[in-house]
Design a protein around this ligand. Structure first.
Ligand code: UGA
Length: 456
């Protein structure tokens, strides 16, 4: 199948590489010339496990372009994967989607009838809007042709995008056309039937009992809403367990046991019940705000979504209050931050909890040192004016520090020689924002340990 994809973020790039490695002829367009140049030269511009290997397999079928000049209007399928960032007021910024839709209308060649698939996360109704934008441009060129659009939301986790693309739970297609359905079923058939053979080193192993993905066809608007509802629900699960964690701490229970105990009920399930200092990233914060605002627009008060966001905010404040409780005034206190990315195995800092915590600590006059295995460059570039020390050797973050906050659960933080490191500290306070660490050796080393919803 001949496919053009627009937007080379982690979703676009991974999806393009998957479809190309399954034998389709894929062109990936992104306006970022720098990124396209890197891709052309064989570099992988983002940190995504397994993607480098996958791109090698995909390369013979994959073309990278940075302008519409090279657009092949004989393409059968156009897939939009551009970003839909959050505006200040929590709404979705559709500038890129609109621009792409209009460009499609301007570049379309008469006679061909490609299908336009929206994979970007967009407010309900946008897929129809995309159809209108394209048709408006076509009309200007006196081309009177109805076009096909469909919504095909993605459920890829950053860092696990290749794995999630190959082994999805479901493939959701929002369309009112059987032609579109047939074509997409053909495209997805190797994944649906699990008949592909790609030997990649992926971050997690596919469980043996993993069922084949469910092919789920819906109305266009339902597909759009499924994406928001899924993310809001997952965020809600985390906020729920975080709220219970606060109670657990007060009543003397351990949240890790409570989470496991409720998760063993198959109706609840154990995933997304890890208590911590909150959820972040490029998706949950923007998508929960977006669904809240879509509700508001329609006169629906989404009180659970609102509570989900509020609880998440409180989790970040909890860290600061714990620190104040332990250290009193934070002015000139040296605080070490372990982890900057919004979760491990990514250098992405969008919506990362580290940002607000560091900002607040700086406001309170603390001296901040940070360490992250891969996200420090990104952080420095994004916050060039912040006066913080970037530490290259992890041990140095402990030297003369009054407290350490573990913000991201990078695996390597679990096995640091805490006994030795404690000796370098001014005050031995550790806030384990992800319940990653073994408590007993820390206590033995003289640490005052604060976890989330745990007692010891
Ligand atoms: C999320 C969804 O999980 C994907 O299904 C979706 O496709 C994607 O957003 C998107 O909309 O594109 P992602 O943002 O990569 O994926 O992050 P997750 O791995 O889901 O984690 C989100 C946040 O929740 C992280 O800050 C993580 O630390 C936190 N989290 C996750 C917890 O605090 N506890 C948990 O039990 C799980």
């Amino acid at each position: 199948m001949r496919i053009t994809m627009i937007g080379a973020g982690y979703v676009g790039l991974t999806t393009a590489a998957i479809f190309a490695s399954l034998g389709n002829d894929v062109t990936l367009l992104d306006y970022n010339k720098d990124k396209i140049e890197k891709l052309k030269q064989g570099e992988v511009p983002i940190f995504e496990e397994g993607l480098g290997e996958l791109l090698e397999v995909a390369r013979p079928n994959l073309t990278f372009i940075s302008s519409w000049g090279s657009f092949n209007s004989k393409t059968e399928l156009i897939i939009i994967t551009v970003g839909t960032p959050m505006k200040e007021n929590g709404d979705v910024d559709l500038t890129s989607v609109e621009k792409v839709a209009k460009s499609i209308g301007q570049k379309w060649s008469n006679g061909s009838q490609p299908i336009v698939i929206i994979k970007s996360t967009v407010p309900v109704g946008t897929t129809y809007r995309v159809k209108e934008w394209i048709e408006e441009e076509l009309k200007k060129r006196e081309i009177n042709q109805e076009i096909y659009v469909a919504s095909n939301p993605e459920f890829l986790r950053e860092g696990l995008a290749v794995y999630d693309s190959l082994y999805p739970d479901r493939i959701v297609i929002g369309t009112d056309s059987s032609h579109v359905q047939d074509l997409l079923k053909r495209l997805y058939s190797p994944i649906l039937n699990q008949t592909f053979s790609l030997s990649l080193k992926l971050p997690i192993q596919r469980p043996d009992h993993q069922p084949k993905p469910v092919w789920f066809v819906t109305e266009i608007k339902s597909a759009e809403l499924i994406k928001y509802a899924a993310n809001a629900f997952l965020a809600m699960k985390i906020s729920f367990i975080n709220e219970i964690a606060r109670l657990a701490e007060k009543v003397g229970a351990d949240i890790t046991e409570v989470a496991e105990g409720i998760g063993l009920d198959q109706r609840i399930g154990t995933s997304y019940l890890k208590a911590g200092i909150g959820w972040g990233g490029g998706c949950f914060p923007k998508d929960t705000s977006a669904i809240l605002n879509q509700g508001k627009e329609k006169g629906i008060e989404m009180s659970l979504v609102k509570a989900t966001i509020d609880v998440n905010q409180k989790q970040k404040e909890w860290v600061i209050s714990k620190l104040k409780e332990a250290l009193g005034n934070l002015k000139n206190k040296e605080i070490g931050i372990l982890g900057l990315s919004f979760k491990p195995n990514t250098d992405d800092i969008r919506g990362a909890i580290s940002i607000e915590i560091i900002e607040k600590l700086l406001e309170l006059g603390a001296a901040i040192k940070v360490y992250d295995p891969i996200a420090m460059d990104n952080f420095r570039k994004t916050y060039p004016k912040w006066k913080i020390k970037y530490i290259k050797k992890i041990e140095e973050i402990f030297e003369h520090s009054h407290a350490i906050i573990l913000v991201t659960e990078w695996k390597q933080f679990k096995t640091l020689p805490y006994g030795e490191l404690a000796k370098k500290m001014e005050d031995k306070i550790i806030i384990d924002g992800r319940n990653l660490l073994d408590i007993a050796p820390l206590i033995e080393a003289g640490f005052q340990y604060f976890g989330i919803g745990r007692n010891y």
